[in-house]
Design a protein around this ligand. Sequence first.
Ligand code: HEC
Ligand code: HEC
Length: 442
Amino acid sequence: MRAGVRSWLRRGGLAGVGIFAALQLVRPTLGNSDLRAEASMAPEIGQTLESSCYDCHSNQTNLRWFDEIVPGYWLVVRDVNDGRARLNFSELGHLPPPAQRAALYEALNQVRHGAMPPSQYLLLHPDARVSAAQEKAWENALALPAGAVAGPVEVTVASPRPRGTVAAAPNGIAFPDDFVDWVPVSMTDRFDNHTVRLVLGNPVALRAIAQGQIRPWPDGASFVKAAWSAGNEGARLVQIELMTKDARAHASTEGWGFARWRGEALVPYGKDASFVEECTGCHAPVKNHDFVYTMPIGRGDGSDVWNAEAALPAGLSVDPSGWRAIGASFVGNDGAGGSMTTKFGNDAAVAHARGSDTGAYPAGAILARVTWSEQADREWFGARIPGAPRSIEIVRFSAGDGGKVEPAYESFDGTSAARTTPADASVVGPLIQAIVGAPLAR
Ligand code: HEC
Ligand code: HEC
């Protein structure tokens, strides 16, 4: 190597050291404070948060010497400021208790998915990894006491507002007026926060499910999640949420347009379009499922994106998959781990159910009531989703000899599809009445 080049390299190296030293003076501040308004929580959760999360999600950031070196320091400050802005455990205590609880559930679920603490942070702070034992202790501290779960809760699929009267969300996404005609994809109960939910899919989503092409979801696929409160006074609509896929139009929010409407009045949620950060932040752990938490019911390809346990058996006289839902019910405390039921209708049945409050369905109408045992949702600690089907009951209306329309009842075992229809008419009558849910007489 020529001497000139060598001395140039040496001078360059020295200049680099000089710049490096000078840069250490460019230090944005990281306000730490002792003001604590911590939430009330089990001590085992508090200890885990302190050792694994406080550096970025509290006012007590404890930087190690290597965190203090620029340019790494700049990244650390950005992470801490971003982390605090999203979630600050030092200020959680200012929120009402249900919101504090919700934050601890969300935090646990981020940990269970391996999304938090961030992997690049764990490289330098390996002790911050949440151990399996810490995770278990956190779950136990949040779990509901046995027998605390509630139900039955019954919901009806209907829009509380006339078509065309609901305002768009602050990010411009329109309310899906036709969501009542979308088809059930799954259901969840969260008796820990007293809500039950139905997830409905639009025709594009259903076609993708039928074709097994759900990861990623095609453009045009949309989901609605409708949530009801499960209080003693009956179910009340809490909110309707929408995710609609368009990889290009919604590139800045993971390819999905997110929107939420609150209450029976369906008031658009969010002061401005930045509300979506809540949605994308909480859906981030299921990035590998194209940001969708729900596992559609179906045999699928055996991968973990399908809820195969809940698939209906072959051999039923009527397969209601792909039918619209009239309503659903949830029972948390049936002594057998809880159950969930969807009442499906064919077109004639849905049209009648929405236009009349009698049980006098027309000839040709078919109702199908499917009851699943509940299972824990592996994607979200605290949620329960359909497990093995328990039973499928069919009520079919047809005109008898005299032209009078009569219902006929059949039932099937949820696993084997074996016929379980009782022979005794005095047993069948009340079963029909329970499914129809309204006086049978005209
Ligand atoms: C190195 C800093 C850092 C650490 C340590 C860290 N986080 Fe985060 N966290 C962030 C940042 C930055 C965000 C926001 C951007 C993102 O989602 O990546 C975030 C987002 C979150 C969110 C989503 C908040 C929202 O509504 O968008 C939750 C929940 C969360 N973290 C929980 C935790 C928990 C629990 C721990 C400890 C087990 C933890 N984090 C540790 C930096 C951190
Ligand atoms: C605290 C975490 C959290 C936040 C915040 C959140 N979601 Fe979700 N979302 C979930 C979970 C978990 C599910 C799965 C269904 C269930 O458990 O009820 C879900 C399901 C959905 C679904 C059904 C499709 C799917 O992904 O399963 C839609 C639509 C949806 N969310 C929209 C939104 C919108 C819009 C926002 C923001 C306004 C939002 N979500 C914010 C956790 C969250």
